[in-house]
Design a binder for this molecule. Structure first.
Ligand code: SAH
Length: 239
């Protein structure tokens, strides 16, 4: 079955947007994955088609109504095995390992919030899993949903040119990726590290590993520590 993303949004016209070009776009056009953007407003019932209302308890902004959103979720008729996600700054931060799980399944339902967010009761009543794309606030869930979908789609079989290219990149082993170089050999007086042009594959691999470890240690001590806890034997020195 084709991997499918079903997106609930007030702005379906934003899709496929950037997902319609390059790698993801070609794969979409050739049917390697499917995208369905559904308008939440289509489930509004009053004559003004309103989807939001003022927050209970007061405060600025508007909140997406539970009844309208629940109706929109139900109308999408999502198979029970598909994850139901809500893009939300309060969610668990998205990681490459969660992306790999999502890419391996049949594809998620993704609810995009707007305004101040959505009524808590629909999160509970429809079992939505809150997912964040980082500790900052966007104006809506659409760009966050696109980031999540893009990260999944490039992992689908047949989407990336070389099957192998996913295995070595950042986070694949809990490490950031080593530096990359290509021609010209000299750029503004800077040369490519000699090892990379030596033809010695074992040395190249060792150099890349060492660079990846040094980068991860200095830039992402959090990842490094996590990695150390999960993967390396206890007695390894860890600096
Ligand atoms: N008042 C909310 C923010 C609402 S932003 C709060 O303080 O938590 C409006 C919508 O944008 C959210 O409902 C969510 O769907 C989306 N959004 C904003 N930041 C996001 C992030 N970091 N990750 C995922 N979605 C985000």
């Amino acid at each position: 079955m084709t991997w499918r993303a079903t997106v609930l949004t007030l702005f379906p016209e934003m899709f496929p947007g950037p997902l319609g070009v390059s790698l993801a776009g070609k794969a979409l056009a050739s049917g390697l994955w499917a995208l369905e953007a559904r308008d939440i407003r289509a489930s509004a019932t009053d004559k003004h088609r309103s989807v939001d209302d003022t927050p209970a308890g007061g405060g600025p902004g508007m909140v997406l109504r539970a009844d309208v959103l629940a109706a929109a979720i139900d109308a999408a008729e999502i198979a029970p095995d598909r994850p139901r996600l809500l893009m939300s700054p309060r969610g668990r931060p998205l990681t490459q390992s969660r992306v790999m799980e999502l890419a391996a399944g049949s594809g998620p339902l993704i609810v995009c919030g707007r305004f101040e967010g959505i009524d808590q009761r629909v999160i509970e009543a429809r079992g939505l899993e809150e997912v964040s794309v980082g500790d900052y606030v966007l104006s809506g869930g659409e760009i966050a949903a696109m980031a999540l979908i893009d990260a999944c789609v490039r992992l689908l079989p047949g989407v990336m040119g070389k099957e192998a290219s996913g295995a070595e990149e950042s986070f694949a082993e809990g490490l950031l990726e080593y530096p990359q170089y290509t021609r010209p050999q000299v750029f503004e007086g800077r040369t490519i590290p000699e090892i990379l042009t030596s033809g010695d594959h074992a040395k190249v691999a060792a150099w890349r590993r060492a660079e990846a470890e040094a980068l991860t240690r200095s830039r992402r001590p959090d990842l490094w520590a996590l990695n150390a806890r999960q993967k390396r034997p206890k007695n390894t020195t860890d600096g």
